[in-house]
Design a protein around this ligand. Sequence first.
Ligand SMILES: Cc1ncc(COP(=O)(O)O)c(C=O)c1O
Length: 395
Amino acid sequence: MATTFEHALSTEGTKLERSVLRELLRFTVDPEIISLAGGLPASERLPLEGLRTCLNAVLTRDGSRALQYSPQHVPLRARIAELMESRGVACTPEQVFITNGNQQGLTILSRLFLDPGAPAVIEEVTFTGIQQVTLGRGAEVRTVPTDLVTGVDVDAVEEAFRREPRPRLLVLVTDFHNPLGVSIAAESRERLARLAAEHRVPLVEDDPYGPLRFAGDPRPPIKAYDDEGMVFYLGSFSKMLAPGLRLGWMVAPEELMPRITTLRESIDLESSTLVQRAVAEFLGQGRLEGHLAALRETHGARCATMLRSLEEHLTGGAQWSRPEGGVFVWVELRPGLDATELFRSAIAKKVAYVPGGFFSVHGATRNAMRLNFSNVTPEAIREGVARVAEVVREG
Ligand SMILES: Cc1ncc(COP(=O)(O)O)c(C=O)c1O
């Protein structure tokens, strides 16, 4: 797009691409279209009443302190440390840094470790926000493949680490990958932590979906195996509570906190005091487990409906991931089909998905699509998948 500011824009300002996912969000507001394109938790399950109670409690108890600038809320850091402990990660509140969500955590860490032109390792198919903070910042990106059953190819990670110059960063989505729905195999996690330590490559573990497991055995995060402080864990309240809170956290070595704090201050000063306190109250009142149980149940049932609908309607060489949590199913159509080209017909039939090509660094996976099951009713899932199958048959 030519603008009168062409001469004035920075490289990042020019090159950074808008996330197609944000563009597609507009389809979620057209009531005519069944949107399987989103990535939101079930709207019916957002903890409206719980948060209302907690906001009131905080405003009544803390008064104007809840509305002032303030340092990171210590009780929230302590609650998060407990949460991490329950997932097998030993950390102190001082190692917890509050963010405005995982995208901000990714931004801070990429700015902390990555100079433009420096090598970074990411998955060939990955969340667009991870591409933005690596490729988008001018990194020399080395990509590694991801298996739909076992997750990232750890041999390929090791090979990428061995190549000179040594990468400055590895970014992985541990559980219920966006967009692939897969989780990294239990036995790979320890090896990944060991590789990061051996090669001294900071491993950013982006894990907004970990607490959203509705089937199978829980697996500790990679951070649980990190003896050397080379794994930077990113957790988020976006999917487990509400995206609109814009609240998340990072677990990082205490010695880096001053640098992380300064970098964050250059982006925005702090997370909302009110929201931090309300979420600390929510956790303190013991509301999280019940909320998560209800959310997992809804998501699990919707995922099962989607998998059944795919079996029923999508015949002819398609295959898909079978997630045990999270919010996405990844569907690979027969080779030769292009889900981006089919998208127009899908919209004509009033159904939306995210074409798979958008998640691929090198533009592969054009024959794939990402489907969301969490924020769609079972009836809409059945109808939506039937429409997608029709588009694919006609394609
Ligand atoms: C893998 C992944 N990382 C990070 C984010 C950003 O999450 P947050 O809302 O916590 O910024 C998302 C959101 O969809 C995601 O899927």
